[in-house]
Ligand binder design. Sequence first.
Ligand code: ATP
Length: 307
Amino acid sequence: MPPIISVTHLSKTYGTGFKALKDINLEIGRGEIFALLGPNGAGKTTLISIICGIANLSEGRVLVGGHDINREYRAARSLIGLVPQELHTDAFESVWATVSFSRGLFGKPKNPAHIEKVLKDLSLWDKKDSKIVTLSGGMKRRVMIAKALSHEPQILFLDEPTAGVDVELRKGMWEVVRTLQQGGVTIILTTHYIEEAEQMADRIGVINKGEIVLVEDKAGLMQKLGKKRLKLHLQGRIEAIPPALSPYNLELSDEGCELTYHYDTKGERTGITSLLGDLRAAGIRFSDLDTTQSSLEDIFVSLVRTP
Ligand code: ATP
């Protein structure tokens, strides 16, 4: 199946001469949840704005559902729902009126059954007659999502959906996003929160200083994250690893005073118990040990570290 979004050789230079995006290439598959992770100023909002046709690109091409975002703007834009970072709605309108009005902006005929479904999916049905001003912050955010879904888009962009939201509400938002995915919507979200990307996304892209520095599916990342390292600090120096220990693929370092063993926490057996037994049998004693795990945070930090 062709990707629902295809970005090729996209660059953006602002009027100030600042190059905010540099040769971005990205494809998003139908029905996936893609998280775009990056530090402040990395270019996340700029990228989203260009894909949604709100900002102009300087070079390259963006196709949405096969439509060129510049040349076939209306066809491309009608496939997209966008939830911006800032919440702006008419505070004194009701939830129902606000969401229905948004649908009208796309020139779509009224469809109360769809609006009802959206409000129910977002747990806003019992608030449909409430004025926006009376809602909590989390509910207001959900109203923004409902607005973005009012014209039945196939793609939903969420720019920092849980910024400044407490843990409980954040989890609620994740559930909402999953429900939407099950309903067939492709979701692209930007986030600062590594945990959010880890919890929700099928695929994660990391953007830094206008460049995509990593795109990987979560399963692949998780495999990397499942690896742990056990370091044994030996009581005495050894010249070489005894042949009896060769199946463990140990590394000898620190001038013969440290042994490192890599193991998979997701495997059935870590091999640690037998390793310790075999070490004892080989007469190797250790004075201390520690284990470390690479996390998405380590990967992220090493990718976006300023040199
Ligand atoms: P945040 O996480 O803080 O929202 P972001 O990753 O969304 O950041 P962008 O808002 O896309 O980052 O901004 C990327 C870079 O482009 C920043 O350095 C920003 O200062 C710059 N920039 C954004 N808008 C403009 C503009 N209109 N004119 C000039 N530079 C801009």
